[in-house]
Design a protein around this ligand. Sequence first.
Ligand code: 5RP
Ligand code: MG
Length: 218
Amino acid sequence: MSLPLLQIALDNLTIEDAINSVKKAAKYIDVIEVGTILLASEGKKAISEIKKHFPDKIIVADGKIADAGKVFAKMFFENGADYTTAICAAENATMADLVEYSKTFSDNKEIQVEMTTNFTWEQVEQWKKAGVPQVVWHRARDAQAAGVKWGKNDIETVAKLANLGFKVTVTGGVSVEDIKLFKDIPIYIFIAGRSIRDAENPELAAKEFKDEFKKYWK
Ligand code: 5RP
Ligand code: MG
């Protein structure tokens, strides 16, 4: 199993603040997410600025696209995103359009379906048929704030998604202590937002994630 990648989620309110967050931990970061909050606050310019400052990192636009797939994906991909998210509630036509559109780029653009607990396995089957390569298993920020912990359902769902052949990302208030819960599963990316951005020493916090990955994945 390959080592998971580490993604920093930039749910900052300004581009300047977001760039500073990455600079503090860049050494250990593989993937940079232009968070939904940053996108809403600053718009697509946030993507092009982050790309300009960190050209060697994989860039994700967490657009949580629900409809008008190509319109949003064009904005995100043309401004430098490698991956963009679509929310699991989107119609299959949107997912299929997004996959087809991502393939028109020569530099490996991909779609990630962002999943909450509001999904069905029939939908998952349709995403697979449409050629969706990636899914993001997401404990919602508001669910986490309401006290929802990682549990058996998360582990089983993530393992099943990986078995189905999706590249799986895990997100939602992930801390270093949570990593071992997913240890026997080929996780593609773990996302850490607040646990890196708000750490006293963001570089050390990011390093601790990477060290933890090395303990459980070879
Ligand atoms: C919320 C998100 C966040 O980007 C995701 O939850 C990661 O951030 P954090 O680690 O701070 O929870 O997409 O909808
Ligand atoms: Mg996000």
